[in-house]
Design a protein around this ligand. Structure first.
Ligand code: KG4
Ligand code: ZN
Length: 344
């Protein structure tokens, strides 16, 4: 395998991102640049991502972000071997901006196009950052997804569980909103929770009695809302205690399910080394990370958490997924379509 220089483009949510990643003949990666422009300011006033605003911001900034990625990598567009862009799942307006830009570049430069599944990009990130070998179990916990995926190889995924309602990051964001902590909610909830008592409130842990590896967070969110309403007006201590109790409950749910998922992994793949890879913005949460670490230790499994900047949405993960597919000879046609819904 010759080394390959891949441009990665990510526009499926509220990050406009581009990166250049080199994959050498041994499968090692070098992130030459990884430029992310977050749209937090554009959406702040609305308490969440507004799809139409997101798409417009991608149109405005993507060209500059790509130019910056090339500049920082010191690589000319003409020297790139292939162009990878997220083709879904995500907000269709944004996906179209990134994918159409990638197609135009591919056509103009006469380079191959790789249409990347955003979830696959999250799933393969740990191979770029930590050289993790197949197979492994991935726990993806972000603003849009909460799922367990068995990753057997590039393009070989098996979803073992998912959320039946809200994603975990979404639950953090909604709890933050009802405690008036601002957006994005995850970091804000974690910050106030530090001053709180995680044992003051006992919140429900939906679905946990059932054996399937699914999540449900909307009932928990409702319980938090009812508690907040019952105590209103909330003191700072009330807010901190609610946040801490919510976070502790979530950490318990995630650790419990991860334990079950690792047990299934060991039963179904007895010859494989048990490994849990975490992806998505919620991986930044210290309480959840430490609960996961305890669970993995108890199951004799390795826990791999890539650097948080690569757990959240970024272009390098898309470039890397492109590099892995490129190395296997995958090429996508220029008329490939965006897929707002695209399960792994
Ligand atoms: O992966 P990500 O950056 O974007 C996608 O959704 O794809 O994840 C963002 C989500 C948001 O819901 C945010 O509130 C959550 O991750 N998050 C956190 C923390 N940092 C970010 N949730 C809990 N604790 C955190 N420290
Ligand atoms: Zn994501």
């Amino acid at each position: 395998q010759a080394p390959a220089i891949i441009l990665g483009i990510e526009t499926s949510c509220d990050e406009t991102a581009a990166a250049i990643v080199v994959r050498d003949q041994f499968g090692h990666s070098t992130i030459r640049s990884n430029v992310v422009r977050s749209q937090l300011d554009e959406h702040a006033a609305f308490g969440g991502v507004v799809p139409e605003l997101a798409a417009r911001a991608h149109v405005t900034y993507l060209d500059h972000i790509i130019a910056q990625a090339c500049r920082e990598a010191d690589i000319a567009l003409a020297d790139i071997d292939a162009i990878a862009a997220t083709a879904g799942p995500g907000l269709v307006g944004g996906v179209l901006v990134g994918l159409t830009t990638a197609k135009a570049l591919a056509a103009a430069l006469d380079k191959p196009l790789l249409a990347i599944n955003h979830l696959e990009a999250h799933a393969l990130t740990a191979r770029m950052t930590d050289g993790v070998a197949f197979p492994y179990l991935m726990l993806l916990v972000s603003g849009g997804h909460s799922q367990f995926v068995l990753v057997r190889g590039v393009g070989d995924y098996e979803r073992w569980g998912t959320t039946i309602d809200d994603a975990l990051g979404e639950a953090f964001d909604k709890v933050a909103k009802l405690l008036t902590l601002g957006h994005p909610g995850g970091p804000a909830v974690e910050a106030v929770a530090r001053q709180g008592d995680p044992r003051r409130f006992k919140f429900p842990r939906p679905l946990l009695r059932e054996a399937r590896l699914d999540f449900s967070f909307s009932g928990l969110k409702t319980a938090v809302r009812l508690q907040a309403e019952a105590l209103a007006p909330l003191s700072d201590q009330d807010v901190a205690d609610i946040a801490a109790s919510f976070q502790a409950t979530v950490a318990e749910i995630i650790a419990f399910r991860s334990t079950q998922a690792l047990q299934r992994f060991k039963a179904e793949l007895p010859d494989a080394k048990p490994q849990l890879v975490v992806a998505g913005g919620v991986a930044a949460n210290r309480t959840i990370a430490s609960a996961l670490s305890t669970a993995c230790q108890a199951e004799g499994a390795a826990l791999i958490v890539p650097p948080i900047a690569l757990c959240t949405d970024n272009g390098a993960m898309v470039a890397w997924a492109g590099a892995e597919r490129f190395a296997l000879g995958v090429r996508d046609p220029l008329d490939v379509t965006a897929r707002p819904r695209w399960p792994l």
